[in-house]
Design a protein. Structure first.
Lengths: 139, 45
């Protein structure tokens, strides 16, 4: 979104980026997400990793409503809401928006399934390594 | 159509990033499957 938003903004606003409320809060949300991913790779103990990651994600989730409502509270470079906010959206653009939503949901489903399979395999590897250690087998 | 290049650039960026990520995830999955198989063979399961 940060990349494609900048590509959209350049011909429309004449700038690639500006530090307005919506863009800045979205950037902060992206930084929080990167920090969450780093946190999960840096902690070895699975239980401690789960607890710390859960607490951090709850903290990070507070930025999500702020991102959404930022264009309601602040009058900035970013356009006001076009759906549900009194703005108008060309009916043809609404069709395009729906197609993009469906495509994005499809991508989400594929990625989620792959990540689930990856975590399941990682768990299986950990269990097998534990079993090998218990038996005294060399790995 | 106006700004068609920007639209194409945005779509290209999204699909390239998605494809690269898909490729890295597929490779990681293949490595994990190999590791599981190797461990099962060692344990004779």
């Amino acid at each position: 979104m940060l990349i494609t938003g900048s590509i959209w903004a350049h011909p429309v606003w004449g700038i690639w980026w500006t530090w307005d409320a919506r863009l800045t809060s979205t950037f902060v949300l992206w930084v929080l997400y990167v920090c969450y991913l780093l946190l999960r790779t840096l902690i070895d103990d699975p239980e401690r990793r789960a607890v710390v990651s859960a607490v951090f994600s709850i903290f990070a989730a507070f930025d999500v409503p702020f991102v959404y409502f930022s264009i309601w509270f602040f009058r900035t470079q970013h356009p006001q809401p076009v759906i549900g906010g009194g703005g108008s959206l060309d009916p043809r653009m609404f069709d395009v928006l729906v197609v993009c939503w469906v495509a994005t949901l499809g991508m989400l489903a594929v990625l989620l399934r792959q990540r689930y399979r990856m975590e399941a395999l990682r768990y299986e590897v950990a269990q097998l390594q534990l079993e090998a250690t218990r038996r005294g087998d060399p790995q | 159509m106006k700004n068609m290049n920007s639209l194409m650039a945005a779509y290209l960026a999204v699909w390239v990033i998605f494809s690269i990520y898909q490729y890295t995830v597929s490779r990681r999955l293949a490595r994990l499957r190999d590791e599981v198989q190797r461990l099962k063979d060692n344990l004779k399961l």
